[in-house]
Design a protein around this ligand. Sequence first.
Ligand SMILES: [Zn+2]
Length: 417
Amino acid sequence: MKTLIQNITQLVAVPPGPVAGEAMRRPPIVEDAALLIEDDHIAWFGYRSDAPDHAGARVIDARGGTLVPGLVDCHTHVVHAGSRADEFEQRIGGASYIEILEAGGGIKSSVRMLRTASEDDLVAQSLPRVRRMLECGVTTIEAKSGYGLSPEHELKTLRAIRRIAAETPVEMIGTYLAAHTIPPEFAGRPNEYLDQMLESALLKSIVDEGLAEFADVFCERGAFDLEQSRRFLGACKEAGLTPKIHSEQITRTGATAMACELGAVSADHLEFVNDDDIAVLKRSKTIPVVLPGCSFFLGSPVAPARKLIDAGLPVALATDINPGSCTIESLPLVMSMAATMLKMTPLESLVACTANAAAAVCRADRIGAIAVGHQADLVLLDVPNVNRWTYNVGVNPVATVWKAGRVVVERGDRAVG
Ligand SMILES: [Zn+2]
């Protein structure tokens, strides 16, 4: 089956990731373009006047819009139970994330709510969020466990992620974040908790059932220290899960360097990275993932994204959607924040949410790019260029979304004035 999309004002041919440093600013752009989809992949793209024979193809008029790769949200906690809206007001009153946590709130209340939710509840609560993210042009989502904190409830979360994948066109990628915080029943005994969550039969069933591809740890004061984080990721890696890490978010712990040494695919947050960490990242293949939505939501410092890019690194952006530190579901809104808060250009942000985000989930050879042979995950926008997408903050100009060559979102006439 063939589809020709034509009358595209601007096609941003983001190359396969990772795209580092200066190159992030200048992805190739084809003006007055067309693109041919064959079955599930991109068969051709270029100037409209050069379009190959497309007899029998369905022809779609892009009405002068912009075509970009499907977005990849490479760091989320989208599958969770309940809300922490009450905490939002406490924080407005001046309480810090760590103060709320130490008073038994914060992530601990998300754990209580997740443990009482059934797998069906979890799917029912999370599915609408995933559908809204798809409407914003997100075709692949990494989703972490980490509110269950027992073998039973972590498995329940990972199974809910898999069920959501079956019920939406979005490609869902599971990450085992058992080392998110220490559950109350193990207070003061973090190593015994980790023993339980690293039990070999448990890790084997996660890997054998394909419930997760990655393992993640929150390395932070009040959560897991450097040695515990290293032990958790090392054991998970041995079992077949690729390491990721939450590093240098609230304090600098040195977790980024540890993760690079372990061969982590990404180091995420990075608000407090220093020059030594940047030098270590430069020598590694680890993708730095920046989450400005979290800084916005918490009113906390931002990661030095400009410095990371100028150092020649392939920065990725993600929402970090979660019930406590960032409820933002819209990756395009995060692109607007990256412009105003991180001084990233709209094209840098697009590359960060496509090619580099795909690299952060080990899929850069298949998604996150407009390249011949790549999967046809595409977003058509009712705006003439990417700048207009990020400039119209919070407005959704998505007209059509394709996942693996199939139209999965089609919206009416939504031209942005
Ligand atoms: Zn996170």
